[in-house]
Design a protein around this ligand. Structure first.
Ligand SMILES: [Fe+2]
Length: 172
């Protein structure tokens, strides 16, 4: 812990850093899951999914770095070992040597993004309302929006041609 004079007391910065380390950990688990699928996906959509997964793990990798550096900006250390990531993440990693089919991979990644969106939304509320750390709340809001976009792209692979998407109802 470092001495900082940024109108956030030590307890607040510690609380925000702890929450950021949990998010950092869940992002790592999702990153590894996405990379695993990039390597192991098979089937008619191989090339598209292989490429999409690569684009998404690259984006996650950049996010991970920004989250870790945000923790450092608050004067605390970012966790950086696999053991800590697995312990602090609320998202579980894949079972070893089990490779679901392409559709199931996409569904599991959607679940992973949705899990992290829920965790981020909760953290944003807490960090903004209770910790009054608007900088971190704003930063995490951007991260949440990135997940929402990635989840949409993945869901689009699962939708059939006649699937009605949720939107304004035309029923009278
Ligand atoms: Fe690759």
């Amino acid at each position: 812990m470092e001495k900082l004079n940024i109108a956030l007391n030590e307890d607040t910065r510690k609380s925000v850093s702890d929450q950021l380390n949990s998010i950092l950990s869940a992002e790592h688990v999702l990153y590894i899951k996405t990379r695993n699928y990039h390597w192991n996906v098979v089937g008619p959509q191989f090339y598209s999914l292989h490429e999409l997964f690569e684009a998404q793990y690259t984006a996650l990798s950049e996010s991970i770095d920004e989250i870790a550096e945000r923790i450092r900006s608050l004067g605390y250390n970012a966790v950086g070992t696999m053991g800590e990531f697995l312990k602090l993440s609320n998202l579980k990693e894949e079972a070893p040597r089990t490779y679901p089919d392409a559709g199931e991979m996409v569904a599991r990644l959607v679940e992973g993004h949705e899990n992290n969106i829920r965790a981020l939304r909760e953290a944003i509320d807490m960090i903004g309302d209770e910790c009054h750390d608007e900088g971190t709340a704003d930063f995490l809001t951007g991260k949440m929006e990135e997940h929402e976009k990635m989840a949409w792209m993945l869901r689009s692979f699962l939708a059939g041609p006649s699937t009605e998407t949720s939107g304004p109802s035309t029923a009278k």
